[in-house]
Write a protein that binds this ligand. Structure first.
Ligand code: NDP
Length: 251
């Protein structure tokens, strides 16, 4: 087994092992923040740092291992990754209203490590053109469905995040019941959108690192959505009874 496969399978195994842990213990940032996790850092800058690392790591590995056999599809997927992480690291954090909030340093460092590995695995695999796409790949079901899912996931994710952010004025930290569009069906449509987005990316990319990332996104965000949902129901006695945690009408 080469070093790439070793990292990829170890990363996948870690994702599998972490799911049950995350159902019992929410990562302590945002509403689940806990001072017991040691020194805290500014929440906004933590988001910038941990997500910008993904942009850097992905771009570095993509370009460093770039093969002449690379096709326009590899560059297209490269551009989608850059689009997502430019927004997540350089635009989203500056929209947050709770500029004084903290995130445990440990959580930020965990996310940095995750993004170095995940960005590296995906950047390397795409840049080294390990998967070759047939001519007219953009006309195939994989690409069309994948791109549709990626775009619709991104729209659901970003619009839900911005709606949540708009519920507060600058420097406020309170929570209210979200009542807009997708929130009538699930408590965390931003997480649902993120999951749909990365499943779409994996469908388009047709490679193992992209599927491992999609799996990790589910592993991270489904337990967190369940915890958010329970938290809402405990905090607000009038929380809508029909609303689900993350999958409309089901879960
Ligand atoms: P949340 O839904 O917990 O919070 C988003 C923002 O809205 C935060 O600023 C939060 O404040 C605020 N907010 C949330 N709910 C309310 C409410 N009811 N009333 C008022 N304000 C509210 O999302 P996360 O912070 O966990 O994640 C942010 C983004 O990062 C999401 O798009 C998510 O998909 C993505 N992400 C992706 C991961 C992956 O594995 N790919 C992992 C983690 C996040 P506060 O912070 O004070 O709670």
């Amino acid at each position: 087994m080469n070093i790439f496969c070793f990292f990829l399978y170890a990363f996948l195994l870690l994702g599998v092992l972490i799911v049950p842990v995350l159902f019992f213990m929410a990562a302590p940032y945002g509403r689940h923040f806990s001072a017991n996790w040691g020194v805290g850092v500014n929440n906004r800058w933590a988001w910038v740092i941990m997500e910008f690392v993904s942009l850097l790591s992905f771009s570095f590995f993509f370009i460093f291992f770039l093969k002449p056999s690379v096709q326009w599809m590899h560059w297209f997927l490269f551009a989608l990754w850059i689009l997502h992480y430019t927004h997540r690291s350089l635009i989203f954090p500056f929209q947050l209203r709770s500029s004084q909030s903290k995130m445990p340093l440990l959580i930020m460092l965990n996310a940095v490590l995750f993004n170095v590995i995940n960005g590296g695995l995906n950047g390397f695999y795409l840049g080294a053109a390990k998967t070759l796409y047939p001519e007219n790949y953009y006309l195939t079901g994989y690409f069309i469905l994948g791109f549709f899912l990626f775009l619709s996931g991104m729209i659901i994710n970003i619009s839900s995040d911005y709606y949540l952010i708009s519920l507060r004025s600058e420097n406020q930290n309170h929570y209210v019941i979200p009542k807009w569009r997708w929130f009538n069906y699930v408590s965390s449509p931003n997480y649902l959108g993120e999951i749909i987005e990365w499943i779409g990316f994996a469908l388009m990319a047709q490679n193992m690192p992209a599927w491992v990332f999609a799996f990790w996104t589910v592993a991270n965000l489904v337990p967190r959505a369940v915890t958010h949902h329970k938290w809402y129901k405990n905090k607000f006695p009038d929380y809508p009874k029909n609303r689900k945690a993350i999958i409309p009408f089901l879960f």
